[in-house]
Design a binder for this molecule. Structure first.
Ligand code: AMP
Length: 542
């Protein structure tokens, strides 16, 4: 006999079944869309997730059918995370900040059969349901008596009425761990958004890795505030790692402003929080002038965009909160690296330690990294040589969902579009971005979409969209424009031209008119040179 181990598939349902059994009374606290604070437990979430499984069976949804959500972070969303994936369907979390036309496109592309949405998004659903003919069932995440009459949306039910009719007795189905579990679209640098399809195996392995001491260090003694949205790469995997560890979970709902986040941290004795720099900027902006302190917060993972030095300093030195700078991508489930110090770094001065913490950190087990020079050859890990960052691992995308394009992999490695160095201790530092996108407040803006609108204006000859630094949003887009000879155009006129064509927050903050945009040998706009040309540019009002 070979004497091998048992071949139990790594299924998402096992996480919630584990939490139910071992952390049944573990708390899940949510600020709801209704504005109140709701309290529940892993036991109740598990039971209601089983009801979701039964209810989806009742609608005759097939294995691997897509069930979409347009929802904030909250307990009902968590129940869908487990009920949908656990029952063998694919949970498709949609980013509500996208333009409605893009949401409709994504829904069609994914062929969502069910779409569950928070009450906040009722007007949005009313405006776009007709463009989503594949969706057969609409579920509003509310009590039966909160469902408005005459919404015009066919087959609309309230979540509570829908699951109340289903039994809490449900045997989670067993299947291959390589089955699809969830789907998240990321704004592509060119063309349409791209779907990243996660599997039960990738998600479960990622949940283990995320909880490790040199990653998020989650335990049953933690109270975890997931500010990072559940529609943005599964809230960095926290909903899964939480069930694995039994930590208390705290969800902010739609309220991510400074006072709301601060009050939740204090009232729920949060020990660990995760979010993008913009959210922490708003939190510090609320706390600093009022002289407020944290009572319980010990550490915070900051990622999605580079964490500014002043933020690391404020958390570490003024508030005694450990900052764990992290780098990841939708294509990486998302965790790639997290910055925790090694023993030898503890001997460094405070300033040297701060400099270390500004790096994006070390790879977690499961992620291999390399940086390649212009000649395609690997660069040394000397902390100086910057090149294209490529990654490989069991929770990294192999191919985009239903994409007509070939796999993005290069010799089995995923090119991230980030430019980075790696030092001798394995610490990654992102130094630039080769992909042509702008990240504002943690969300993507496609420069090409911004440019295409500008060049559609009759007075514009050429347009280049670039990101410029912004203290709150990390980056904001501006559009650099060459006018057609003799044409008249003001910045205000061009900005008005964007109305209704893209989401408001994606409209550039300013228009800069120039005589020429630098072009490369092949006629491609040279954004690096353009950024250099405009290095002294400041956004109006800053
Ligand atoms: P997303 O797929 O929306 O999570 O975006 C992933 C991209 O965000 C990465 O490829 C980076 O360009 C950027 N990013 C994420 N985390 C960081 C970070 N800590 N520092 C700098 N850029 C980051």
């Amino acid at each position: 006999m070979l004497g091998l181990m048992q071949n139990q598939p790594l299924l998402i349902s096992t996480l919630i079944a584990f939490a139910d059994r071992h952390h049944g009374d573990g708390e899940i606290v949510s600020r709801r869309v209704e504005g109140d604070i709701h309290r529940t437990s892993y036991r109740s979430v598990a039971a209601r997730a089983r009801q979701v499984g039964n209810a989806l069976d009742g609608w005759g949804l097939a294995f691997s059918d897509r069930v979409a959500t347009l929802a904030w972070n909250g307990y009902r969303h968590l129940e869908l995370y487990y009920g949908v994936s656990g029952s063998g369907r694919v949970l498709h979390t949609i980013n509500p900040r996208l333009h409605p036309a893009q949401i409709a496109w994504i829904t069609q592309h994914a062929e969502d059969r069910v779409l569950c949405f928070d009450a906040t998004f009722l007007p949005l659903i009313q405006s776009l349901h007709a463009q989503c003919p594949m969706v057969q069932h609409w579920v509003m995440l509310c009590d039966a008596d909160k469902l408005p009459a005459d919404t015009g949306i066919p087959n609309l039910v309230s979540y509570e009425a829908w699951i109340a009719a289903a039994s809490t007795t449900y045997q989670w189905p067993q299947f291959d761990e390589n089955t699809a579990s969830s789907l998240c679209y990321t704004s592509g640098t060119t063309g349409d958004p791209k779907g990243v399809l996660y599997s039960h195996r990738s998600t479960t392995l990622h949940a283990y890795a995320a909880a490790l001491p040199d990653a998020m260090d989650l335990s049953a003694r933690d109270a975890v505030l997931a500010v990072v949205p559940m529609f943005h790469v599964n809230a960095w995997g926290i909903p899964y790692s939480a069930a694995l560890t039994g930590c208390k979970l705290v969800f902010p709902g739609p309220a991510m402003d400074g006072p709301s986040v601060y009050n939740l941290i204090e009232s729920e004795k949060v020990t660990f929080a995760a979010g993008v720099p913009t959210v922490w900027q708003m939190l510090l902006g609320h706390m600093q002038p009022a002289g407020l302190r944290f009572g319980s917060l010990q550490r915070t993972v900051i990622g999605g965009s580079a964490c500014p030095p002043a933020m690391v300093k404020a958390f570490q030195q003024d508030y005694g909160v450990e900052v764990i700078h992290a780098w990841g991508m939708t294509e990486l489930s998302p965790l790639g690296t997290l910055c925790t110090l090694k023993n030898k770094h503890l001997l460094l001065t405070k300033e040297e330690q701060l400099a270390m913490r500004l790096k994006q950190g070390r790879a977690v087990y499961g992620v291999d990294m390399k940086v390649l020079g212009e000649d395609g050859q690997p660069l040394p890990h000397d902390g100086q040589s910057a090149g294209d960052l490529l990654v490989q691992g069991p929770w990294i995308v192999a191919d985009y969902y239903r994409s007509p394009e070939p796999s993005p992999l290069v010799d089995g490695w995923f090119p991230t579009g980030d430019v980075a160095t790696i030092d001798a201790d394995g610490y990654l530092q992102i130094t630039d971005r080769s992909k042509d996108v702008i990240k504002s407040g943690g969300e993507w803006i496609s420069s090409i979409a911004v440019e295409n609108i500008a060049v559609a204006h009759p007075a514009v000859a050429m347009a280049a969209c670039i990101g410029v630094q912004h203290p709150k949003w990390d980056e904001r887009p501006i559009v650099v424009v060459v006018k057609k000879p003799g044409a008249e155009l003001s910045a205000a006129e061009l900005l008005q031209f964007y109305d209704g064509k893209i989401a408001k927050w994606q409209v550039p903050d300013d228009v800069v008119f120039v005589d020429a945009i630098p072009l490369g040998a092949t006629g491609k706009m040279q954004k690096m040179r353009l950024r250099e040309m405009l290095k002294d540019y400041r956004l109006p009002g800053l």
